[in-house]
Write a protein that binds this ligand. Structure first.
Ligand SMILES: [Zn+2]
Length: 338
């Protein structure tokens, strides 16, 4: 099969090879023909060697895949899954036996990891994954949305739930026109919050349902104060890291929650503990999401949309990964295997 492979981490070592051996399926695995794969910063970290734990080597990256079931292992018990089904891959490997898994938190499995990082991923014609990672999607669901569920949608959904977002609260989303941001805006809206998007792109309000937009990055807290009539935001989602830390923390109101699942511009921030406790602010870290949340997202997925900036074919995977950090990027980057 055709796949993007590197033997030594480093983007310059990533090659597209025609005759990679098709993945073997064990008794409880499912072989999937990849249709559309999401391209995310995590894939760049894997391919460039920023992520320390990557195997096997040679390695196929790709953490977000959707496709069609090609073959089932001999003992696949899930009667829901048949050959030819349209599916997405929940991308966390987990043992199902540790204390985290027993508590339903399989994305925190003590012996787990990410598909595409500690296993081969979906930048290939075929991917083999355990049956419990395979989720059926609605018949007519757009592939672009399907390929945006496992990382791009599940991550902000879980974060909003960790932050206990409630009806009528103010949700402030930094990077609102980015991958996870555009989904957070839609989910915040569906969860009944008043969504304030920090973005220079008007489409996040006109097409994706943000209630307010703040385009002056220097005056975010001042704008939030005005919009909320002094109350400030109940939930602030900011995975942009140190570059927006000050303005995001200053935008959290009394009894508010600040949540992050990334730190793109750098992770070391300076925290004023007094303003943390005096306002009873909760700082929340979030990662991935549960399989139950994955199913909830799939159930509402026909009502979600994604803005796609560029689609690449597998041959141009390197360009696709580099385009993630292009200044002019305006929407998602997807890999179309069709
Ligand atoms: Zn576990």
């Amino acid at each position: 099969m055709k796949a993007a492979v590197f033997e030594t981490p480093g983007l310059e070592n990533l090659r597209v090879i025609d005759n990679v051996e098709e993945p073997k399926i064990n008794d409880h695995d499912v072989l999937i023909q990849v249709k559309v794969a999401g391209v995310n910063p995590i894939d760049h970290f894997v391919a460039s060697g920023t992520l320390p734990r990557v195997y096997p080597l040679p390695h196929i990256p790709g953490a977000e895949s959707s496709g069609i079931v090609e073959e089932l292992g001999n003992h696949v018990n899930n009667s829901e899954i048949k050959k030819g089904d349209r599916v997405v891959v929940h991308n966390k490997v987990f043992d199902g036996t540790c204390d985290m898994c027993l508590g339903g938190l399989d994305m925190l499995c003590r012996n787990g990891g990410l598909i595409g990082a500690i296993t081969n991923g979906g930048f290939a014609e075929y991917i083999s994954v355990p049956e419990r990672n395979v989720f059926k999607i609605p018949d007519k669901l757009d592939w672009d949305v399907a390929a945006s569920l496992p990382v791009t949608s599940l991550t902000p959904y879980h974060a909003l739930k960790e932050a206990s977002l409630k009806l009528n609260e103010y949700l402030l989303v930094f990077g609102a026109s980015g991958n996870t941001g555009m989904i957070a805006v839609q989910l915040g809206n569906k969860m009944g919050a008043k969504v304030i998007a920090v973005s220079k792109d008007d489409w996040i309000k006109s097409e994706f349902g943000a209630d307010y937009i703040i385009s002056n990055y220097e005056k975010v807290a001042e704008n939030v104060k005005e919009i909320t009539q002094g109350k400030m935001a109940d939930v602030v989602m900011n995975s942009l890291g140190v570059g927006t830390w000050d303005s995001s923390f200053a935008s959290v109101g009394v009894n508010g929650r600040w949540v992050a699942f990334g730190g793109l511009t750098g992770a070391d921030v300076k925290l004023n503990v007094q303003s943390l406790y005096s306002k009873q602010i909760k700082l929340i870290g979030s990662t991935g999401g549960t399989r139950k949340e994955m199913q909830e997202l799939i159930d509402i997925s026909p009502k979600l949309k994604v803005r796609v900036w560029k689609k690449f074919d597998l041959e141009n995977i390197k360009e696709a990964l580099q385009a993630l950090f292009a200044k002019e990027r305006d929407g998602r980057i997807l890999l179309d295997m069709a």
